[in-house]
Design a protein around this ligand. Structure first.
Ligand code: AP5
Ligand code: MG
Length: 190
């Protein structure tokens, strides 16, 4: 099984690169942000709880995310592997993912850390905000999301570095150049 964690700040290209990876490797894409937005659209109990937090740029509680994600993994038992996008976002989530995958005799093969300069992130998100319809794509919430990323999510990078699974990939240039580097990184663990 090939299990990939795609990691990076808000707007670093996780969703964009995941689409390419899915096309090439046939993995199941699990974006916790997309899953939460689907719950919000359906106005489910989870969705209602998540909406206030997401609109303010805060994280949703670990327990809620883990429940949502484990359900999705178990729904696709025949998948050749998963790409986790926007998850784990806290060290606690990373630990739960490791033990969950271990119970299923598998593991995270590689963590791809997408690096983009901060001003480029902001410009890309503001640009996406013109058409995305995402309530969190405005300057104030983008800045909040970047702060939450630095304080709560960045420690996840050290977690994967300490077990030698993290690879940093630059995404300041084109989408294609970034994907080329991702393919090279994946070849080392396939
Ligand atoms: P989530 O949906 O995961 O949002 P995010 O991490 O802020 O990231 P984005 O989806 O905004 O960006 P991306 O990295 O996917 O970039 P994209 O490819 O779109 O989470 C949203 C919220 O949900 C969180 O704030 C939190 O509240 C909650 N949440 C989610 N998961 C959670 C969890 N595990 N725990 C707790 N809470 C959770 O690219 C961005 C733009 O740039 C696009 O327009 C794209 O076309 C463009 N672009 C990409 N690459 C390039 C390039 N090389 N050149 C030019 N443009 C480019
Ligand atoms: Mg995304």
């Amino acid at each position: 099984m090939l299990n990939i964690v795609i990691f990076g700040a808000p707007g670093s290209g996780k969703g964009t690169q995941s689409d390419f990876i899915v096309e090439k490797y046939g993995l199941t894409h699990l974006s916790t942000g997309d899953l939460l937005r689907a719950e919000i659209k359906a106005q489910s109990a989870i969705g209602k709880k998540a909406q206030v937090l997401i609109d303010a740029g805060n994280l949703v509680p670990d327990s809620l995310i883990i429940e949502l994600l484990e359900k999705k993994i178990l729904e696709t038992p025949d998948s050749p592997g998963f790409i986790f996008d926007g998850f784990p976002r806290t060290v606690a989530q990373a630990e739960v993912l490791d033990s969950f995958l271990k119970e299923h005799q598998t593991k995270v093969s590689i963590m791809l850390n997408l690096h983009v300069d901060e001003q480029t992130l902001i410009d890309r998100l503001l640009n996406r905000g013109k058409t995305s319809g995402r309530a969190d794509d405005n300057l104030e919430t983008i800045q909040k999301r970047l702060n939450v990323y630095k304080t709560k999510t960045l420690p996840v990078l050290d977690y994967y570095r300490s077990s030698d699974r993290a690879t940093t990939v630059d995404n300041n240039s084109t989408v294609e150049a970034c994907f080329e580097h991702i393919v090279q990184a994946i070849q080392t663990v396939k």
